[in-house]
Design a binder for this molecule. Structure first.
Ligand code: PXL
Length: 279
């Protein structure tokens, strides 16, 4: 048994219903044996992807007092992980939190949640991606999907990427400043879907059989499982492959249970796969 336990801070919203952001990150990271602290940036009654009339309580003004209290405790985190951030001001504050709370040897992992299938999520203005790109310069690892990658770079979305395009995209993403990039939603042939990774050691790919359909919250499942594995192994492609396999397991469970996509995937049934990966 190790005599230390890794400690993570995740900074994103609480969507009370719909299995995404903190309600996904906290259980997944905890199941991997890692302590997970949370900095909630907003509380919503549901996420914004498929529900009408959701409530939104902005917690931006709580961020600095929370951080100030933590400073008095001398807290540091082995990883800081951000997902959905709701405003320019939150991006600015989060940037300062990276500076103040990253432990020596710690990592910043940014999932630049803001878009999918060629379009920005509702509520994000067209200049938001540039601010997110600036934040990404402070990350050790960024985890965009293909749409977010295009928005981060100010490029047109390419709905049918080939390998040359993806290889170029990975290099341009790295040019934003993060030394490790994992691109999700990559497909070069019908029936296969996966990820591409890129860092100093080179470019790697990992594919699984494509499962048709839309599964809400799987980006957050992927990012949380990636973080859990990466913290113990620090191997980019292996961690991304592990997270892809975990996400596919959750989708397979979803297919066994009838239910609306907007309520997310039953990752709870797969948490056992995470036990012991911190060792
Ligand atoms: O799963 C990403 C996510 C997180 N938080 C909120 C969202 C979404 C995606 O729609 O709406 C509030």
């Amino acid at each position: 048994m190790q005599n230390t336990q890794k400690r993570v801070l995740t900074i994103q919203d609480i969507s009370a219903v719909g299995r995404c952001s903190i309600t996904v990150a906290l259980p997944i990271i905890s199941a991997a044996g890692i302590e997970c602290s949370v900095l909630p940036t907003a509380v919503l009654s549901t996420h914004t992807g498929g529900f009408e009339g959701y409530t939104y309580r902005d917690l931006t003004s709580d961020i600095t007092p929370i951080a100030n209290h933590w400073k008095t405790l001398g807290l540091k985190f082995d990883a800081l992980y951000t997902g959905y951030l709701g405003s320019f001001e939150q991006i600015e504050l989060v940037s300062g939190i990276f500076d103040d709370f990253k432990a020596p040897g710690g990592v910043v992992i940014i999932d630049p949640v803001m878009a999918d299938n060629g379009v920005l999520y509702g509520g994000f203005s067209s200049d938001f991606p540039a601010a997110m790109a600036k934040l990404c310069a402070k990350a050790d690892v960024i985890l965009p999907n293909l749409t977010e990658a295009a928005f981060l770079l100010g490029e047109e979305y390419n709905p049918a990427p080939d390998k040359d395009y993806v290889d170029g995209l990975l290099k341009r993403l790295r040019g934003l400043g993060a030394p490790n990039v994992v691109l999700t939603g990559v497909s070069f042939e019908p029936g296969k879907l996966g990820i591409a990774s890129h860092n100093d050691s080179g470019t790697g790919y990992f594919f699984r059989e494509k499962i048709d359909g839309y599964y809400h919250g799987t980006g957050d499942v992927f990012a949380s499982a990636f973080l859990a594995k990466y913290l113990s192994k620090r191997d980019l492609l292996e961690s991304a492959g592990f997270a892809a396999n975990f996400t596919v397991s959750c989708i397979i469970e979803k297919q066994k249970i009838p239910g609306e996509a907007r309520y997310g995937v039953p990752f709870e049934r797969c948490l056992g796969q995470l036990a012991g990966i911190d060792k």
